[in-house]
Design a protein around this ligand. Structure first.
Ligand code: PGA
Length: 262
C-alpha cells in the first residue's frame, strides 16, 4: 500500500556539510522505493539550497521537500516569518504545521494553526497537520486522550469546512502524541494497536465533521528502525513522521524497507 515517510530533521544537523551528506544518503536510500512517498523536511538554512540544486542532487525525483512551518500571510510587516507562497514558488510541496514543539516553544494556538492550514492550501502546499494528546491527557487514559484529539481536530480544521473536496484531500494529518516524541529524551512510541485505534478515531471524526475527503493519517513519535514493522502492520496507518531516526542512513533504509513491504 502507498505510504508517506516524512523525515523531520528539526534543527539538525549542525553543519552544511553534514546536511549535504545526509541528503545524499537519503536520496540513495529512497532510490528504489515504489510505493512510499519520501518527504525530507530540513531546517530552512538548508532547505532552499537543496531545492534549488534539486536537479543535480535529487535527479530521479525519488524524494520531495517540505518545510517545518510557514506563516499565514504572503507579505506584510511580519519580521522573521516565511510565506507559503514563497515556499511553493521555490519548489516545496509540503509543510508541517502544528507540531507540538512549536506549540510548546512558540505559543502557537489552534486558531493560528488553522489559518496556516488554509494559507498553505491556497498556496498549493500540502499541509502535514500534527495532532496528539499531551502527557496529562495520556495519564488520564484513552477516553481523555480521544477527547483531547477530537477537540484539537475541530479547533484546527473547522476553518476548512468551506473548502472543496479536492482541496481538502491535500491535507495529511499526523497523530503524534507529544508524550511519545523524541527517543533521545527516553520516550517510547505508542503501542501500535493503540496508535491504529486513535487513527481510526481520527478518520471517524473527519466524517462527523463533514471532511470525508480527508483520508491520510500518519503516526509520529519515536518511530525508528527497531519499532516500525509492528506499526506498519496496521493498514489504518498511512505512513510515519520521523524525527531523530531521520538523521541516520541505516535507520532510513530499514524504515523504507518496512514501508515498502506492506
Ligand atoms: P521523534 O520526533 O521521531 O524524534 O520522536 C518526531 C517528531 O517530532 O516529528
Amino acid at each position: 500500500m502507498h505510504r508517506f515517510l516524512i523525515l523531520n530533521w528539526k534543527l539538525n544537523p549542525p553543519t552544511h556539510a553534514e546536511a549535504q551528506r545526509l541528503l545524499r544518503d537519503t536520496v540513495h536510500a529512497a532510490k528504489r522505493v515504489k510505493q512510499t512517498t519520501v518527504v525530507v523536511c530540513p531546517p530552512f538554512q538548508y532547505l532552499f539550497g537543496f531545492v534549488c540544486r534539486q536537479s543535480s542532487v535529487v535527479s530521479r525525483q525519488s524524494i520531495h521537500f517540505g518545510a517545518q512551518d510557514c506563516f499565514w500571510e504572503s507579505s506584510g510587516s511580519y519580521t522573521g516569518e516565511i510565506s507559503p507562497l514563497s515556499l511553493h514558488q521555490a519548489g516545496m510541496r509540503y509543510v508541517i504545521l502544528g507540531h507540538s514543539e512549536r506549540v510548546r516553544a512558540c505559543g502557537e494556538t489552534d486558531e493560528m494553526i488553522g489559518k496556516k492550514i488554509i494559507a498553505a492550501l491556497q498556496a498549493g502546499l500540502r499541509p502535514i497537520v500534527c495532532v496528539g494528546e499531551d502527557e496529562h491527557a495520556h495519564i488520564r487514559g484513552k477516553r481523555a486522550s480521544m477527547l483531547f484529539v477530537t477537540k484539537q481536530l475541530h479547533n484546527r480544521l473547522y476553518q476548512c469546512s468551506n473548502l472543496s473536496s479536492a482541496m481538502l484531500a491535500h491535507i495529511i494529518v499526523v497523530y503524534e502524541p507529544s508524550w511519545a516524541i523524541s527517543t533521545v529524551s527516553g520516550n517510547v512510541a505508542d503501542d501500535p494497536t493503540d496508535a491504529a485505534t486513535m487513527i481510526g478515531h481520527i478518520k471517524d471524526q473527519f466524517k462527523k465533521m463533514g471532511l470525508s475527503s480527508l483520508h491520510e493519517v500518519l503516526y509520529g513519535g519515536s518511530v525508528h528502525a527497531g519499532n516500525i514493522e509492528p506499526l506498519a502492520a496496521h493498514a489504518a496507518i498511512n505512513g510515519f513522521l520521523v524525527g531523530h531516526a531521520s538523521l541516520y542512513a541505516r535507520e532510513i533504509r530499514t524504515m523504507l524497507a518496512a514501508c515498502e513491504k506492506t
